[in-house]
Design a binder for this molecule. Structure first.
Ligand SMILES: *[C@@H]1O[C@H](CO)[C@@H](O)[C@H](O)[C@H]1NC(C)=O
Ligand SMILES: *[C@@H]1O[C@H](CO)[C@@H](O)[C@H](O)[C@H]1NC(C)=O
Ligand SMILES: *[C@@H]1O[C@H](CO)[C@@H](O)[C@H](O)[C@H]1NC(C)=O
Ligand SMILES: *[C@@H]1O[C@H](CO)[C@@H](O)[C@H](O)[C@H]1NC(C)=O
Length: 496
């Protein structure tokens, strides 16, 4: 029996790149899209109804693509699930999927719409890329037949991938599926999707893949891409996993350009897109007030590794190894952040030195507040262990954060605003990994301006300007890939 495989993928269309001369810089665009969702249903809708809904979303994306192209953008990234949303089961998503061939077939759907059967979405996306002379990154679902005698073929006989889609220059199937993505399968082996353009080498992955070594770190370290295309449907969970701080920290630590396009849905806490360079955040958007989409553009260096401004690699444990742990006269306490049990210590005074340890990780903090307020409590926390909820991955984290209330039992729970100002700070940890993502989030979920802090080569996140900052949370978020189990995600189907 022939059945189908549904990978989730990202497709990149590009056509008629007239200018083949190498460019030193390029204009990148990302579009945060408020996806029009279909009605929730168990029973699959007709193909016509599915196409009607997808065309409504593509109408909006089309406007963004036109605007971006008019302003000179060479490439635009649209979000994960940006064409049909996420309210599906394995059955109900089926009418929204199209067969996506491998890019090697050299297919221009706009010119040969019927070559691979009925593929109206790919045709429209391809024409959009062609008519606007732009690389278009879009995420659609891909269906692939599979042989039921293959032990890896899902019981309904089809693989469904989450795929990213001109000429079709690249096709990426999401490898690390988030636990709730029951409608999709992940490919047997992770794919490394890269492609060259006159403005640098690009890599692509989606959403939850960002926690992975394979493919996220591999496309940067081994394939040496200049820019990462990152369509996502990311819901913000403070303190540590808010889209803009986390993604920009990743780009900074991996020293790569990143074009991150998030879905926009405030009731799901989905917002936060941006264009990040290794040395600076170029533009970002975070909007919990409105239900509108947003287009962003920024100029990026095509090959940041060749530039004088390219940041040096950081030795994340050098500073911490050089300092003596600060003595402590108070007891530590426990608190949870996103299902992980941290060890915390409270910052009692307006200035101080603290060390807090868990297993092999000791975090050191030196700080000075403008004043110690009685209505706010801050704590220094550390976690060294395997995260096991909605995926398994090994973390080492040092964080300074505001507790939700003055009750210490709320340390680690989300809080949105802070009034205490930090005039000076220096945070470091004895990390056993070189993959540490440094972030500072200010009151109101704003990013700290880069002129106000620095990451030193010896692995210290410290204040620079003397301007007091209303810090909500700062963190050194380390990933220890050697200690990970084989696969991060818990995709459905029979694969482990
Ligand atoms: C959802 O259902 C309502 C009521 O039946 C209908 O008016 C609306 O057009 C449907 N929306 C979509 C996207 O199909
Ligand atoms: C499916 O797999 C079986 C066993 O390997 C093989 O005999 C059969 O030809 C395959 N069918 C197709 C259509 O590939
Ligand atoms: C946001 O997502 C939720 C849950 O999927 C949905 O019920 C709601 O209608 C969405 N909001 C908008 C404005 O589309
Ligand atoms: C913190 O430690 C530094 C030296 O590491 C010292 O100069 C400073 O006085 C200490 N501050 C407090 C408040 O203990």
């Amino acid at each position: 029996m022939i059945t189908l495989y549904f990978p989730k993928g990202i497709l990149i269309f590009a056509l008629f790149i007239l200018n083949v001369r190498a460019l030193d810089t390029f204009i990148a665009a990302v579009y945060e899209h408020a996806v029009i969702l279909p009605n929730r249903t168990e029973k699959p809708v007709s193909n016509e109804e599915a196409l009607l809904l997808m065309n409504k979303n593509i109408d909006i994306l089309e406007e963004a693509v036109r605007l971006a192209a008019k302003q000179g953008a060479q490439i635009i990234v649209t979000p994960e699930d940006g064409i049909y949303g996420w309210v599906f089961t394995r059955e109900s998503i089926y009418p929204y999927l199209e067969y996506v061939p491998a890019p090697e077939v050299n297919w221009i759907p706009c010119r040969e719409p019927k070559r691979f059967g009925n593929t109206p979405v790919q045709e429209r996306l391809s024409c959009l890329a062609k008519d606007n002379s732009i690389y278009l990154v879009a995420n659609i679902g891909d269906k692939k037949p599979c042989n039921a005698s293959d032990p890896q073929c899902p019981p309904d006989g089809r693989f469904q991938y989450n795929t990213n889609v001109g000429r079709l220059v690249a096709r990426y199937h999401k490898y690390n599926l988030f636990a709730s993505e029951i409608q999709f399968d992940f490919p047997k082996d992770s794919e490394f999707v890269t492609f060259d353009t006159p403005f640098g080498k690009f890599g692509v992955f989606t959403c939850f893949d960002i926690f992975s070594h394979n493919p996220a770190v591999v496309v940067v370290d081994k394939f040496q891409v200049d820019s990462v295309l990152y369509p996502t449907a990311w819901y913000n969970t403070l303190p540590l996993l808010s889209a803009v701080p986390f993604h920009s920290a990743w780009a900074r630590a991996m020293r790569v350009n990143m074009l991150a396009a998030n879905t926009h849905n405030t009731s799901m806490h989905m917002t936060g897109s941006g264009i990040y360079a290794p040395e600076a955040v170029k533009v970002y958007h975070y909007d919990m007030e409105t239900n509108s989409g947003q287009l962003m553009l920024a100029e990026l260096k095509s090959r940041p590794r060749w530039e004088l401004t390219y940041p040096a690699a950081v030795d994340w444990s050098a500073y911490a190894r050089s300092v003596q742990p600060f003595p402590s006269w108070q007891s530590d306490f426990r608190g949870m952040i996103y299902f992980d049990e941290f060890t915390f210590t409270e910052l009692k005074r307006d200035t101080g030195n603290y060390t807090v340890c868990q297993k092999d990780l000791c975090c050191h903090l030196t700080y000075k507040m403008s004043e110690k307020r009685l209505d706010e409590v801050f704590a220094l926390g550390t976690f060294d262990g395997l995260h096991t909820v909605e995926g398994q991955y090994y973390l080492q984290i040092c964080t300074l954060l505001k507790c939700q209330t003055t009750d210490l039992r709320t340390c680690g729970e989300p809080v949105g605003s802070a009034f205490t100002r930090f005039e000076e700070f220096s945070l470091s940890g004895s990390f056993g990994t070189s993959y540490v993502f440094p972030q500072i989030v200010l009151s109101g979920s704003q990013l700290a301006p880069e002129s106000h802090y620095e990451v030193s080569k010896d692995g210290c996140l410290r204040s620079r300007s003397g301007t007091p900052l209303p810090v909500l949370v700062m963190a050194l978020y380390g990933r220890v890939f050697e200690k990970d189990p084989q696969r991060l995600g818990q995709g459905p189907g029979k694969l482990q």
